[in-house]
Design a protein around this ligand. Structure first.
Ligand code: HEC
Length: 132
């Protein structure tokens, strides 16, 4: 009984550290792979996203630099970050990313990120959008 109690006490700090899910989101491990897989085909030199919005997503600096109209990631606030809003489907259908609207579905290329991935991007922004 006593050793059981000790085990519980030992485990408690670990639970607090990891919270009730993920700890800190990593750009290199969690976020960049998503961007490379789902975004960079269009958001790199000569890609249609880069042509239309001047938004390059090839590396962290470009992701943070934003479009010709300004930044799309506001560290600390997903709801102020248009990058989050476009992936979470909280904008007009035409600018949801990756494009998932009637037109892109008709072209057979409509996709939306999974809810878990969208949440990960939101968390990364809320945690300061670090280059970690
Ligand atoms: C099939 C090509 C394609 C893919 C894949 C794609 N985009 Fe885009 N993206 C575009 C185009 C085209 C625009 C310009 C839309 C417009 O303004 O009409 C754009 C614009 C944007 C913008 C600027 C929106 C604004 O504020 O005007 C953001 C942010 C963005 N994309 C993020 C992403 C993210 C994040 C991904 C991956 C999850 C992604 N895109 C994947 C084509 C793409």
């Amino acid at each position: 009984m006593k050793s059981m109690l000790r085990l519980v006490l030992l485990l408690a700090p670990a639970v607090v550290l990891t919270g009730c899910g993920k700890g800190e989101v990593s750009f290199a491990d969690d976020i960049d792979p998503v961007f490379q897989k789902h975004c960079v085909s269009c958001h790199s030199e000569a890609g249609e996203g880069a042509t239309a919005s001047a938004y390059l997503m090839t590396d962290y600096n470009n992701v943070m630099k934003g479009t010709a109209h300004g930044r799309v990631v506001v560290p600390g606030s997903r709801m102020s970050s248009s990058l989050y809003l476009v992936v979470a489907g909280k904008t007009a259908p035409e600018i949801r990313m990756p494009p998932h609207n009637d037109e892109s579905f008709a072209e057979g290329r409509g996709v939306m990120l999974s809810a878990a991935t969208i949440e990960l991007i939101g968390l990364w922004i809320d945690q300061g959008a670090k280059n970690n």
